[in-house]
Design a protein around this ligand. Structure first.
Ligand code: ADP
Length: 188
């Protein structure tokens, strides 16, 4: 089974992805985490992207698509993916389609955690005190939310048309969301 989890910044995607990974023995592919790792390791890519990321802009599709191909092409990961933070725009969605076809795989289910902008602002400010991400302040959080609406919502629409989308209310407790997600995934 391969799945994608969508949700605005601060929706709790990471938390739910961790839960799904453990319960269903999947591999989490979080582009945000991978990119932050590049910055931490001061790689060539890391140096290119750090200023863009710190102001909440998207990283160049070419860079992200290449990182994803490196992971999807590894045969030991076949049908074990949960994509978190990818695809973020239609170009990336097309790229993912092509890659999955090339490596004989498909997306089985797409989850969307829906959360209001008010909740997001609150959560991101809380998270800032724990994780210290440079892109977690209120203005940049709003910018990331707007980028999500503009670039990522059309991708969600695309998966909806393919009848793959399940919307989960992300405003409830972590346990309640875990349960709803399990109810969706278990029958697959
Ligand atoms: P959030 O969804 O909470 O904003 P992420 O960790 O998913 O956090 O992403 C953080 C930042 O990493 C984004 O604002 C963007 O700059 C960059 N990023 C992550 N994934 C992608 C992607 N698929 N394409 C382009 N940029 C990305």
């Amino acid at each position: 089974m391969n799945l994608i989890i969508f949700g605005p910044p601060g929706a709790g995607k990471g938390t739910q992805a961790n839960f799904i990974v453990k319960k269903y023995n999947l591999l989490q592919v979080s582009t945000g985490k991978i990119l932050r790792e590049e910055i931490r390791n001061k790689t060539e890519i890391g140096q290119k992207i750090s200023s863009l990321m710190s102001v909440g802009s998207l990283v160049d599709d070419k860079i992200v698509n290449k990182l994803i191909e490196d992971i999807v092409s590894d045969r030991k990961n076949v049908n074990k993916f949960i994509f978190d933070g990818y695809p973020r725009n239609l170009d990336q969605a097309n790229n993912l389609n092509n890659l999955l076809k090339k490596y004989d795989q498909k997306i089985d289910i797409v989850l969307k955690l829906s959360v209001s902008l008010e909740t997001i602002k609150k959560r991101i400010l809380e998270r800032k005190t724990i994780e210290k991400r440079p892109d977690d302040n209120e203005d940049i959080a709003i910018k990331r939310f707007k980028t999500y609406e503009k670039s990522t919502e059309p991708v969600i629409e695309y998966y909806k048309k393919l009848n793959l989308l399940k919307v989960v209310n992300g405003e409830r407790s972590i346990d309640q969301i875990n349960k709803e997600i399990s109810d969706i995934i278990d029958p697959i």
